[in-house]
Design a protein around this ligand. Structure first.
Ligand code: PBG
Length: 315
């Protein structure tokens, strides 16, 4: 009898590719410390997605950068927000692509925190934040997003969004909870991309302490109870133990975010254009990393290397 292979393969269907969208036309702007990733205007985004589909990728995660920020992050929930506009165009042109959107306030608030603040300090007003997150999610669902992904780490964000979506006829829009999101040192390039660094203080008030594995598992349990269709662990590499425990404990669909600093670390290691280790080595390193994340238990991986991987798998 043939023995079934237990080897793990990375498949383009496992991967989710993030995009950073800005207003304007023909914008393809480099980002500090983030080689190979660009801020794209919607026209450029659509071109890029065409090549992404040709590579066999099926899922994207959309982040937006508004023209103007304010205290309440209102740019995030207007009907013509940058993300809602991008999603509408994507769905018009690529109806089969699975579109996920990030639901957070940090790129839209002047203070750069993930929610609405209570007062002059940096403490979040949870109720007001939940209301804002629910309207953001609703505007994305209205534009055609298949999945909304709340990343603010506000208490009760999944159930607040679920209720609002259901009440407005979006029962089929699914929720990816950024359930175990650590206050990590690996988000630097992303914050350059989204212009979302906190102006005062840090995010340790609402993101998880990486020394606390139990808190992470409790957050995941809470999000599943709140009916998240999938849960996420973020970052991935320093958290493989959490991924593994979560998969065993909950057997719920699980995503891992191989974040910007992890990507930039690989880029720094392999160097660029023939200096350093070169492209062949980058392929081997990235496939080893992604396989490790999948082996730990991730069903889906958000990766800035997704397009490269899809290309390498075709070679
Ligand atoms: C916050 C958010 C962050 C990332 C995605 N959404 C980080 C943060 O600033 O706390 C990071 C992703 C990455 O580093 O690739 N809403």
């Amino acid at each position: 009898m043939a023995r079934r292979s237990t080897l793990i393969n990375i498949d383009p269907d496992d991967l989710i590719y993030p995009y950073f969208v800005v207003s304007g036309n023909k914008v393809r702007a480099r980002i500090n410390n983030f080689p190979g990733i660009y801020r794209l205007s919607i026209d450029e985004l659509l071109k890029d997605i065409r090549s992404l589909e040709l590579l066999g990728l099926t899922k994207v995660l959309i982040f937006g950068m508004p023209d103007k920020k304010d205290l309440l992050g209102t740019g995030a929930y207007s009907e013509d927000s940058i993300v809602a506009s991008a999603v509408r165009k994507i769905k018009e042109n690529f109806p089969r692509l699975i579109v996920m959107t990030d639901v957070c306030l940090c790129a839209y608030t002047t203070h750069g925190h993930c929610g609405i603040l209570k007062g002059p300090g940096i403490e979040l007003d949870n109720q007001k934040t939940l209301k804002a997150l629910a309207s953001i999610a609703l505007s994305h669902a209205g534009a055609g997003a298949d999945w909304v992904a709340p990343s603010a780490m506000a208490k009760g964000q999944v159930s607040a969004i679920r209720k609002t979506l259901d009440k407005n006829g979006f029962r089929k829009t699914r929720i990816l909870g950024y359930s175990a999101k650590f206050a990590s040192n690996f988000y630097g390039p992303f914050r350059n991309a989204a212009g979302s660094s906190p102006k005062v203080g840090d995010r340790t008030g609402y993101q998880l302490n990486y020394r606390d594995a139990n808190a992470a598992l409790n957050e995941i349990a809470a999000d599943i109870k709140e009916e998240a269709d999938m849960v996420m662990i973020k970052p991935a590499l320093a958290y493989l133990d959490i991924i593994k425990q979560a998969k065993h404990k909950f057997s719920h669909p699980l995503a891992a975010y191989n974040v910007s600093g992890e990507y930039a670390m690989v880029k720094a290691y392999v160097g660029s254009r023939g200096q350093g280790l070169g492209a062949g080595e980058e392929k081997n390193i990235v496939l080893e990393i992604l396989t490790g994340i999948k082996r730990a238990g991730a069903d889906y991986i958000i990766s800035y290397h997704a397009k490269d991987v899809a290309r390498w798998l075709k070679e």
